[in-house]
Design a protein around this ligand. Structure first.
Ligand SMILES: [Mn+2]
Length: 194
């Protein structure tokens, strides 16, 4: 099955590396999506966000809550990150999302957009109120996960270009339109096709 997933990242002006990292994986019957924003910016922020993704990549069969606990332990010696993880079962459309800190997750359905809010704190330095949110996706639903280097409520529908454009190009278009100059910025787009 083909999947429609793409992401784009862009460092803060003057930095050569981006402190935000995005990743996705297929493992068995699930797709795992993640966006991490390392605290601050520059190489140490990038180190933290890349460590979070590596930790997730090594534990793809775990629950969302367990992945956050794994990352919290893995990242103790880093600056820590804000993190969002989505686990999707393509066959059923069941999606579970957890977030900690300033990674935003928006689900765009036919006529209505909903935000999936999350916990507080820093993954790597402790967090509270981690509450998994579950939804059942319908074909055509779009999930956008993005760091606080973008507007809090970006006008995604105005930015989306016609179907057929790759998710990567879609993500890049969102960054071009909605990213700020004063922070690293990243966005991951998933379109449910099943
Ligand atoms: Mn940020």
């Amino acid at each position: 099955m083909a999947v429609t997933i793409g992401y784009a990242t862009r460092p803060l002006a003057g930095e050569t590396v981006c402190g935000d990292s995005c990743g996705w994986w297929r493992s068995g019957e699930r797709i795992v999506l993640a966006v991490a924003d390392g605290l601050g910016h520059g190489p140490e922020a990038a180190y933290a966000s890349e460590a979070a993704l590596a930790c997730i990549a090594n534990n793809l069969s775990r629950t969302c809550e367990d992945l956050f606990a794994d990352c919290d332990a893995c990242l103790q010696d880093t600056r820590g990150v804000a993190l969002a993880v989505a686990i999707i079962e393509p066959a059923t459309g069941l999606m579970t999302v957890c977030t900690v800190g300033n990674i935003r997750v928006l689900l765009l359905c036919d006529s209505k957009d909903s935000r999936l809010d999350g916990g507080r704190g820093i993954v790597g330095a402790g967090y509270q109120n981690l509450v998994p949110e579950t939804r059942v996706l319908a074909p055509g639903n779009v999930l956008a996960m993005f760091s606080d280097g973008l507007d809090q409520f970006p006008a995604l529908r105005e930015v989306f270009v016609e179907p057929g454009v790759s998710a990567k190009d879609q993500a890049q278009a969102i960054l071009d339109h909605c990213a700020h100059n004063d922070d690293d910025a990243s966005v991951l787009i998933y379109r449910h096709e099943f």
